[in-house]
Design a binder for this molecule. Structure first.
Ligand SMILES: [Zn+2]
Length: 510
């Protein structure tokens, strides 16, 4: 068993590293040769996983660490346990769509625009007809993605059924030690605790925008808001804080150093600005699970940009803190949502006006109002997240239903926005996660809940969560073990209880 696992870990690490490096290259350059390479490397990795075999009697004599590696291997193999044709077709379509997303730039009035440019225009432009045009342009990719995304959904469901699951959504949740019941109870608790707060902040936002655009408050069409999906809300006063992203980097290095984290090298290797062909999403990849950690962002010089950078640095310090002596299979976060939780926790630094005025060397006028607006932004994001999570679950449960209608039913019911006349279009397919990171969105929801609970728990124990002692505990209990323990055991060790929804409800309730 020992030598079997040793060889396996070595070969998987080699294949994984090649595949992640190709993925990094395709996402940061959008170049075709890297897309082809990425597809080939991904297939090689999947085939190696599918080909692994071991005798059941070997398992009996193994120790805890070896059994855990086999468990993780079984989980990771689920996606590859299908026919070689299906495996190849999934990789091929996934890659094709990934490149399409990375290279796509919406066109408005003959001009190509980046996501940042669209967001900037939507923040400032008062002309509602032009806003609607921009909004539609930002959704232009949906019709190109939807047919192939549906093919992927069918193929993924086929793989799930071959592995004995009802559908791919259930398979992915169970393979991450999560369940539909956990999601259901979380949804119920969040809606019950926060619906009225959400409605009141949306009313406040509508009033603010009605005054800004000099319009009556009669509808809630999405193009009125500064984000096409209304997945966040930064007010004018937040957006107008001046930020020099270059000069804050050395301060961030010092700050993280004081918390016990070394980020200088990661920032030096990061790719932080928009470029042609580069993917519009922000992400952090641990290329070799041995210290080569890369961050890619499209940062705007604003507090929003700082929040995004802090988020990705959260993922990065988690990856960095995983014990390097663990075997490759166990050298990954215990749960994707724990990594999102750490990212969300770091992002909360930007919520603190005192911290921000230190970072920017500038006074934040009206710090209380600044903090309150950040909380509003978190709430807007939470309701958007619930929309996507609900949609994705129903997408896999019944891909044949009228999905365009389902999308707007959920947007109206959860986010409280208005359905436009032109609703019958695959707007949902514009969200890259459904294609490129399937069954991932629930991790943002669980991550925000976990971040609130971790923050409360560390504040209680250490007086303040962002101290070296508190982070030392997170390093030891959360980062270091990798996935050698289940997420629920790790959570119990660091917070002394199960995952709770009360902290986030308490923090965001108005
Ligand atoms: Zn993240």
């Amino acid at each position: 068993m020992k030598s079997f696992l040793q060889n396996l870990n070595e070969s998987l690490q080699r294949l994984h590293t090649a595949s992640m490096h190709a993925l990094w290259m395709v996402l940061t350059t959008g170049r075709k040769e890297w897309a082809e390479r990425c597809e080939a490397e991904e297939i090689a990795y999947q085939e190696a996983l599918a080909a692994v075999e071991w005798q059941p009697d070997q398992t009996g004599k193994s120790n805890r660490c070896e059994r855990r590696q086999l468990e993780i291997l079984e989980r990771e193999r689920l996606d590859s346990r299908t026919s070689p044709e299906t495996r190849r077709r999934i990789s091929q379509v996934w890659n094709e769509l990934n490149v399409q997303f990375a290279a796509y730039r919406p066109t408005s009035s003959g001009k190509q625009l980046t996501e940042q440019q669209i967001l900037r225009e939507l923040l400032h432009c008062p002309d509602q007809t032009y806003r609607k045009q921009l909004w539609q342009a930002s959704m232009g990719i949906g019709q190109h993605i939807a047919p192939k995304l549906l093919e992927l959904v069918e193929l993924r469901n086929q793989v799930a059924r071959q592995n004995g699951f009802d559908n791919y959504y259930v398979m992915k949740l169970e393979s991450q030690e999560l369940s539909l019941d956990l999601l259901d109870s979380l949804f119920t608790a969040l809606r019950k605790g926060l619906d009225s707060s959400y409605q009141s902040i949306m009313a406040e936002i509508d009033e603010e925008l009605a005054a800004k655009w000099k319009l009556p408050k009669k509808d809630r069409y999405p193009w009125r808001y500064p984000h096409p999906f209304v997945q966040e809300y930064y007010s004018d006063e937040q957006s107008s804080v001046p930020v020099d992203l270059q000069s804050i980097q050395s301060k961030l290095i010092d700050y993280f150093h004081n918390l016990g984290f070394a980020i200088a090298e990661m920032l030096a290797n990061a790719n932080l600005t928009s470029q042609d062909g580069k993917a519009q999403t922000n992400f952090c990849l641990h290329i070799d699970r041995a210290g080569d950690i890369r961050i890619s962002c499209n940062l705007d010089p604003s507090v929003r940009g700082i929040a995004i950078l802090l988020h990705e640095l959260g993922h990065a310090v988690y990856e960095q803190g995983i014990d390097r002596t663990l075997p490759f299979l166990l050298r990954q976060p215990a749960q994707l949502f724990l990594s999102e939780a750490v990212a969300a926790l770091m992002e909360r630094l930007a919520l603190d006006p005192h911290w921000l005025s230190w970072l920017l060397d500038t006074e934040i006028v009206q710090p209380d109002s600044y903090r309150r607006r950040w909380q509003n932004n978190l709430l807007v994001r939470l309701y958007w997240t619930m929309t996507v999570v609900s949609f994705e679950r129903q997408l896999y449960e019944n891909p044949g239903q009228p999905l365009n209608r389902l999308w707007w039913d959920l947007v109206e019911e959860i986010q409280g926005l208005s359905r436009p006349l032109e609703w019958d279009y695959p707007y949902w397919a514009c969200k890259p996660h459904l294609t490129t990171l399937p069954v991932y969105y629930q991790n943002y929801l669980l991550g925000e809940c976990a971040a609130a609970q971790l923050q409360d728990s560390l504040n209680q124990r250490y007086g303040c969560w962002n101290t070296r002692e508190a982070m030392q505990q997170v390093q030891e209990c959360v980062f270091s073990p990798g996935i050698s323990h289940t997420w629920s055991d790790i959570w119990q060790t660091v917070c002394g209880s199960t995952l709770q929804s009360e902290p986030i409800v308490e923090q965001l309730r108005k």
